[in-house]
Write a protein that binds this ligand. Structure first.
Ligand code: UDP
Length: 404
């Protein structure tokens, strides 16, 4: 067996890897293309970076293409993302024209590859119009929506629906997100890669080095949220929760670690709001990390006592999975994909308000035995449900199904 598959067998189990090989056998040599809009930053890039090489290891002829856009394009697709997550804001016709024009330009670049492919996975709304721009396609096309589309703003959804209706299937992370589309819809939650720099076990010295680098005190408790600076992630609510929790736990430290994604133009504005909320509080650290700071984020997650993800909308929340995998209970917003991962009183707590988050922080910091117990459960829960191997198994099953 290849050393990569061997390595996955050690974490996920030999049976899991054998099953993958069996499922991949009829798909060997098939051309698979994934398309999204950023190579770095955000959950989709994080997943594709690992899913693609593992699929290749199983014999698929797989590639990952990234469409490129301009500022107005990302402004439009961010507005679409926000609208799918429920924000009631229309998108102007000129912006939609840019969206369509940029897709046309990308189609010219990618057409040969896409039309040739046996399977094309189009991730999220950004490249959705590509299907209509590849009339000579021969393979099956799947629209993979990673967004919490449970209550989309209808006018924007109606527009997008015209672009995605023609796909052979679509995939959502949760049943709640599925929409009335004229093709089969599948539910496949995302996953993390246990062997990636983001998730692999780290030597304690490395964790301590990162702690020193960021000036964090090992003697005081630490809560952490890792996220793009996006209002749906509610970073300001986390600052508020920390302020409340500190009344019971003096000296409690908070780290908000984030960066920007190439396809997210709103980060700067949100960062300014978070900085204003934090004021000059020395116990709130806002860390701006480059998109490849995987080992540093891994170290932060391992040194945190509690991981928070207080989103008000969340497609899935890989940061939740990452925190759980580090054996940390996660205090997560009671929404979207977080509900799939945070099982109240077992792997963490679901909260709706800063006050709720503060109470749970207080509970866990005062009940270290419970914290340990929940953290252990959290890791096993991820091993069983949210590793890359399970994710790929479901993609392979989907492909085999679409073939027939
Ligand atoms: N991430 C990162 N650096 C950052 C912020 C986030 O590497 O500054 C990673 C994070 O560890 C996770 C992914 O980006 O793997 C974010 O995925 P998630 O599903 O939590 O949210 P999304 O950004 O896709 O909405």
């Amino acid at each position: 067996m290849s050393s990569l598959l061997d390595a996955y067998a050690k974490v996920a189990g030999q049976d899991v890897v054998s099953h993958l090989k069996q499922l991949a056998a009829p798909l060997r040599g098939m051309k698979v293309v994934h398309v999204n809009s950023t190579r770095k930053g955000g959950g989709v890039a994080e997943i594709l970076e690992k899913l693609v090489p593992l699929s290749a290891e199983l014999g698929l002829d797989v590639r990952w293409e990234v469409i490129s856009g301009n500022e107005q394009f990302y402004q439009c697709t961010k507005a679409m993302h926000n609208a799918l997550q429920g924000l009631a804001a229309p998108i102007s016709r000129p912006l939609l024209d840019v969206y369509e024009q940029i897709n046309l330009e990308n189609a010219q670049e990618l057409r040969a590859v896409l039309e040739e492919a046996d399977f094309v996975f189009i991730h999220d709304p950004q490249p959705a119009p590509l299907l209509g721009l590849c009339p000579g396609r021969k393979g099956r096309w799947v629209w993979r929506c990673h967004i919490d589309a449970s209550r989309p703003y209808r006018p924007v959804w109606r527009y997008l629906r015209d672009h995605v209706s023609g796909y052979d299937a679509s995939v959502f992370s949760l049943p709640d997100f599925a929409q009335a589309l004229p093709h089969p819809e599948y539910i496949i939650p995302p996953s993390i890669d246990p062997l990636s720099d983001k998730n692999i076990d780290l030597p304690q010295e490395e964790i301590e080095d990162v702690r020193k680098e960021f000036g964090l005190d090992p003697e005081r408790s630490l809560v952490l949220q890792v996220s793009r600076f996006d209002r749906f992630k509610d970073p300001v609510g986390v600052v508020e929760a920390h302020r409340l929790a500190r009344k019971f736990t003096p000296g409690l430290q908070l780290v908000l670690a984030g960066g920007t994604a190439d396809d997210d133009p709103e980060g700067e504005a949100v960062l300014t709001e978070v900085r204003a909320a934090a004021g000059d509080d020395p116990d709130v650290k806002i860390l701006l990390l480059p998109p490849d700071a995987h080992r540093k984020i891994n170290a932060l997650q391992r040194m945190a006592d509690i991981v928070i993800q207080k989103s008000v909308k969340e497609g899935f929340g890989l940061t939740v999975t990452e925190g759980l995998w580090k054996g940390r209970p996660v205090i997560g917003g009671d929404t979207g994909g977080i509900r799939l991962q945070v099982i109240n009183y077992h792997t963490g707590f679901l909260v709706r308000t800063p006050q709720g988050a503060a109470l749970r922080i207080r509970y866990l910091l005062h009940r270290r035995d419970r914290m340990q117990e929940m953290g252990d459960k959290a890791r096993e829960f991820v091993r069983e449900n949210f590793l890359l191997t399970r994710h790929l198994r479901e993609y392979l099953t989907l492909m085999v199904g679409l073939e027939n």
